[in-house]
Ligand binder design. Structure first.
Ligand SMILES: [Fe+2]
Length: 314
């Protein structure tokens, strides 16, 4: 059992990584979150019972690196049972937006504060850690997370079990084009993986106590080994990231009603106009998002008929 004094919400990395590589390049980290009482299977099962259904996604862990989103095998258990039986369920699960639970929010903020201080700042806000969100992953042995990208910066920490995390630089858009990035953000996150990419990846081999920093929109795929796995993605969005994300969503909606759009950054004047209209609209409908049924309807209207693919039973 991990001694109590060794469980502290801290991340460490080399000085070079925190000053030279951050935030544009991935790097290995270490942390002291393994064994934390909020990150045990029994506490995670409790969290799964408390979260709204649209913040829980799970399916079989027996999927391909290049997985067709329309052919993902499901798991016939409720979310709490998936967590309790994760050693044998053959499942992959993510609990989203766990910062909505106050103790988890504190854990995320305290952990990022350790990085902020290591970089010479006194607060998360000063360090640029805005819109902090947490995603908790629970996976059975020998599970795969297909190739995809995420639209935030991420300290990924391995809590239990062995995990292989392979990440790819996409600065030249050769691995995922602008169109594929927009699709990944707004329809389904999975990307097509070309085996020719394989030797371009950087692999992080992690056990409890290890982790990695994953920059904004760097494509990656992940697999577990012979033990079940618990991992936590500690994410944030800077102002620039929120701007690009909003433009992608705006572009997707306009494209959906027949107006082709250029990728963010290609036409800055038009980007600014679109962003103003989009943000006025999303602010106006924000109160509607308190209801699960309304969130499902809004996702369906904004992102298309498959937008609620991950909660067929809800
Ligand atoms: Fe990811």
């Amino acid at each position: 059992m991990t001694p109590v004094q060794d469980i502290a919400p801290t991340i460490t990395a080399s000085h070079a990584a925190l000053t030279r590589d951050f935030p544009l390049k991935p790097f290995a980290i270490r942390h002291k979150l393994a064994g934390h009482p909020l990150l045990t299977l029994s506490r995670i099962a409790q969290l799964a019972s408390e979260l709204p259904r649209d913040l829980i996604e799970y399916n079989s862990g027996k999927v391909a690196i290049s997985q067709d989103p329309n052919a993902i095998p499901s798991v016939d258990l409720d979310p709490v049972e998936v967590v309790k039986r994760i050693e044998t369920a053959g499942a992959w699960m993510v609990l989203k937006r766990i910062e909505n639970s106050p103790p988890y929010r504190r854990l995320l903020e305290d952990t990022l504060l350790s990085v902020a201080k290591a970089r010479g700042f006194n607060s998360c806000l000063d360090a640029g850690f805005e819109q902090i969100e947490g995603f908790l992953f629970v996976s059975s042995p020998n599970s795969t997370t297909p190739f995809h990208l995420d639209s935030e910066d991420n300290f990924f920490v391995q809590i239990h079990g062995e995990k292989f995390f392979t990440v790819y630089d996409n600065a030249d858009r050769a691995i995922a084009s602008d169109d594929q990035i927009e699709h990944s953000m707004t329809k389904h996150r999975n990307l097509v993986f070309d085996p020719q990419f394989a030797d371009r990846g950087t692999e992080f081999h992690m056990h409890g106590g290890d982790g990695c920093y994953i920059p904004y929109q760097w494509p990656h795929w992940v697999r577990t080994a012979n033990d079940y796995s618990i991992s936590l993605a500690i994410t944030w969005k800077t102002k620039d990231v929120r701007r690009v994300n909003d433009l992608h969503f705006c572009n997707s909606m306009l494209r959906g009603v027949g107006f082709p759009q250029q990728a963010p950054g290609k036409n800055p004047v038009f980007d600014a106009m679109k962003l103003a209209v989009f943000r006025t609209g999303t602010t106006a409908i924000k109160p509607l998002r308190a209801s699960l049924a309304m969130r499902k309807l809004l996702r369906r209207l904004a992102l298309g008929k498959d937008a609620n693919y991950y909660m067929k039973d809800a």
